[in-house]
Ligand binder design. Structure first.
Ligand SMILES: [Zn+2]
Length: 205
């Protein structure tokens, strides 16, 4: 692409770093921004800077948060004895949308995936085990997607929890294997949390 402006070229180069955005799309977006009022672009750039400089991870559940303790963890009406283990914030949002779950979450930040070089130490598994050791958690619900990586991660955590006094369950799936949690419809997902089954029972299938 030949640009008549270095500034334009730079903006397109930055924009095309985003996933799924090629050079052509990047150029279209940048030209769109140029046509909009200037303060709209200012708001966009401020939102992005704030996103990177001000956002935190909740001290308790590791979910993305604006405060040290996220809104869910600091809500007195949530059931603190039940913790749902999920991969990332998209899963928390999907489960929250069902309005069927009143417990807390634990966000792992990914799944164990040797192919991608992700091992247990890169996830927040240790912090989960430490929380269970304190003894206030009565039930852990595994809600990772039922892919090979999800199953491996569930099983690893289950083994780590061995000997600790905590009930483990897994969400009952009306969802076919390999479907990602965030794409499950709200009714199905809500039902699968309500009708969760003991984790050990799920291993025999
Ligand atoms: Zn939290």
């Amino acid at each position: 692409m030949d640009f008549s402006s270095k500034l334009l070229e730079q903006a397109v180069a930055e924009m095309s770093q985003l996933p799924g955005v090629g050079k052509r799309t990047a150029l279209r977006l940048v030209l769109h921004l140029l046509k909009q009022p200037a303060d709209q672009t200012t708001q966009l750039s401020e939102a992005l800077v704030n996103l990177r400089t001000k956002i935190k991870l909740c001290n308790n559940c590791h979910n993305i948060s604006d405060t040290e303790l996220c809104e869910i963890c600091s809500n007195k009406n949530r059931i603190r004895e039940i913790v749902c283990v999920v991969e990332d914030i998209r899963d928390v949002m999907a489960i929250e949308n069902t309005s069927q779950y009143r417990g807390l979450y634990h966000v792992l930040g990914g799944k164990i995936s040797p192919m991608d070089g992700i091992g247990p130490s890169q996830l927040t598994i240790k912090s989960l085990i430490e929380k269970v050791k304190v003894g206030e958690i009565e039930e852990i619900i595994f809600a990772l997607s039922s892919t090979l990586e999800g199953d491996t991660t569930n099983f690893y955590i289950f083994k780590q929890l061995g000997g600790l006094k905590v009930k483990t369950s897994t969400i009952a799936r009306g969802i076919s294997v390999g479907d990602e949690l965030e794409y499950a419809d709200e009714v199905t997902l809500g039902r699968s949390i309500t009708n969760r089954i003991p984790f050990e029972g799920s291993l025999k299938n």
